[in-house]
Design a protein around this ligand. Structure first.
Ligand code: DON
Length: 562
């Protein structure tokens, strides 16, 4: 069927092929490296290489951020996207900070009880799969909100993605397995065969070509954000909605706006950490967890000691209890950020911490405030001194699993990040209430946590990760591994992780979590639950004379630079 599909415009292949800057048929992963000028770490080697090339040919970290996101929308369809949304936080070389919120919003026809059946039962299949699961996408608006900080023109930045989509790229074994395990879902949630559907099974080395996606990217190249939010692409999205129960309208698309936010910052051991404020819970959770352990005698006991691990778990439990109760879109809900981040509040939260004994989530609950698994992360640093940290998502792997027919991209299933019904867990086990209830035009609460860190005002660290509700704990543990346990970048992100999110009252651990530490925690009263993997963290550390960059070893993630 694809042979018959004509591309709307000719593209000159200036990027791809043997001897070109990026060879989509031969590439390898680089997990840890040092560079002098600029570095990128993200979920796919081809996208990292494209980011580094953009900076080599005169672009800055913002150019790289735009080009990498567009490339990931092609080569990492499980999470890279133009049909999703995300957050960008950056410290510019001129010392200004930028926080762009391009989170999806609930469509105009969305209502608080839209996922409840007539008896009031939550229908999570509808918030997690298919057209009704999709919020209004924000990514393209986010890219155009980033563009004024970039140096190259948009046509240059999107060109590699167009070529990757139209000519194809070779998939890895992990991608082949991932596409194979989603075949049934792709068939169920589409009434045509998207490019991801194959009669035989996918195998490593197969070429994935996405001509319809290439045409959508060409419309965006030629018409800017209108190439997505209006005209042909918008019409294709609305046509897709009409095929089933979708509710995104032409007005919803036309009205979508990215928003600029004020980063949330705090100090830890001489570093200043800048995180994303609501509608993401990422920054405030990170602040709370880090401040609850800072200067404690337990954290000073060292890496993987029962004492440091226990206090970190208890900080996680308490921070996540607050998330469920107090956090939501600040344009719709008064989020008590000051109270949640005040020192006295956090000290008080830890006052019932008992060394050697697990607390119980039923006894913890949320504090009283007296105040009025797919996502993908990109870390970038350039030679001018710009730090750019981007986390972007479709929510679940391949989002709603529904591809917009004719436009070739996946819809997100971000509506599931709202609290569909008070107390009903979403796909990440997160619960919520009024603060995160569905309302038309509202942004669903996120856990995404892109971070930049300075030391004495100078660039120090760029970090972030996917992982649903485990995102803030992954970033927290990676930073504590550097700040308290003196690890290098590669070690800091690849240590086995542990995650507690208040409810369920258990600690999720990765397979390589040490046996002795498991026994210690069990004897303190913790319930441990194995989990295949937690997060895929990308970290850059800026040293005096070099840039150190690492990509998570849990995936195909890879670094590039020069
Ligand atoms: O915004 C959020 O918190 C979620 N939609 C993120 C989903 C995610 O990280 C899935 N990844 N592994």
């Amino acid at each position: 069927m694809y042979a018959a599909l004509q591309l709307n415009a000719q593209t000159t292949s200036s990027w791809l092929g043997a001897g070109k800057p990026v060879d989509p048929y031969h590439y390898t992963q680089v997990k840890h490296d040092f560079f002098k000028n600029a570095a990128v770490s993200c979920a796919h080697p081809l996208a990292s290489m494209i980011g580094a090339q953009m900076m080599k040919q005169g672009g800055n970290a913002f150019d790289a951020g735009i080009a990498v996101q567009l490339a990931l929308a092609v080569v990492y369809p499980a999470a890279g996207n133009i049909g999703g949304g995300g957050f960008l936080i950056a410290k510019k070389a001129n010392n200004k900070f930028l926080a762009i919120d391009y989170r999806e919003v609930a469509p105009g026809k969305a209502t608080q009880n839209m996922y409840l059946d007539k008896d009031g039962n939550a229908q999570l299949d509808l918030s997690q799969n298919g057209r009704l699961a999709s919020g209004v996408p924000g990514t393209i608006a986010g890219l155009f909100a980033t563009l004024p900080s970039a140096k190259l023109n948009f046509k240059t930045l999107i060109q590699p993605a167009i070529e990757l989509a139209s000519k194809g790229y070779v998939i890895t074994e992990r991608e082949a397995n991932s596409l194979n395990s989603n075949q049934k879902a792709f068939i169920k949630n589409n009434n045509f065969a998207p490019a991801f559907v194959k009669t035989q099974t996918w195998k490593a080395g197969d070429t994935l070509i996405q001509p319809e996606l290439a045409n959508t990217l060409i419309r965006i190249r030629d018409q800017g954000a209108k190439g997505f939010y209006e005209g042909e692409t918008a019409k294709l999205i609305v046509d897709e909605m009409r095929k089933g129960n979708g509710i995104i309208s032409l007005e919803d698309l036309k009205n979508y706006k990215a928003k600029f936010r004020d980063p949330l910052s705090f100090n830890y051991n001489g570093y200043t950490i800048y995180g994303f404020p609501p509608p993401s819970s990422g920054g405030i959770l990170l602040l709370q967890m880090m401040k609850m352990v800072e200067n404690s005698k337990e954290i000073k006991k060292g890496f993987q000691t029962p004492e440091s691990t226990q206090i970190m778990i208890e900080a996680e439990r308490r921070a996540y209890a607050d998330r469920a109760e107090h956090l939501g879109d600040p344009d719709f809900w008064k989020v008590p950020l000051k109270g949640l981040s005040s020192n006295s509040y956090l000290v008080n939260r830890m006052s019932n911490f008992t060394p050697g004994k697990a607390s119980k989530s039923v006894d913890i609950g949320a504090g009283t405030i007296k105040e009025s698994e797919q996502t993908t992360h990109i870390s970038i640093y350039d030679k001018e001194g710009n730090m750019v940290s981007i986390t972007t998502t479709l929510n679940g792997g391949y989002g709603a699993k529904t591809v917009v027919q004719g436009a070739g991209f996946l819809l997100n299933n971000e509506m599931d990040d709202f609290s569909v019904k008070p107390g009903v867990a979403n796909m990440f086990g997160a619960v919520g209430g009024e603060a995160n209830a569905i309302q038309a035009g509202k942004r669903m609460l996120s856990s995404m946590c892109p971070v930049v860190v300075t030391k004495n005002g100078k660039p120090a660290i760029v970090v972030g990760t996917p992982g649903g509700t485990t995102i803030p704990t992954s970033v927290y543990q990676a930073l504590i591994n550097v700040f308290e346990f003196g690890m290098n970048t590669d070690n800091a992100i690849n240590q086995p992780k542990f995650h507690h999110q208040h409810l369920p009252d258990e600690v999720f651990i990765e397979p390589s979590f040490p046996e002795a530490l498991k026994s210690s925690l069990i004897s303190m009263g913790y319930k441990l639950t194995n989990r295949a993997s937690i997060g895929k963290t990308e970290m850059i550390q800026i040293h005096k004379d070099k840039i150190e960059v690492a990509a998570d070893r849990r995936g195909d993630d890879s670094v590039a630079g020069f």
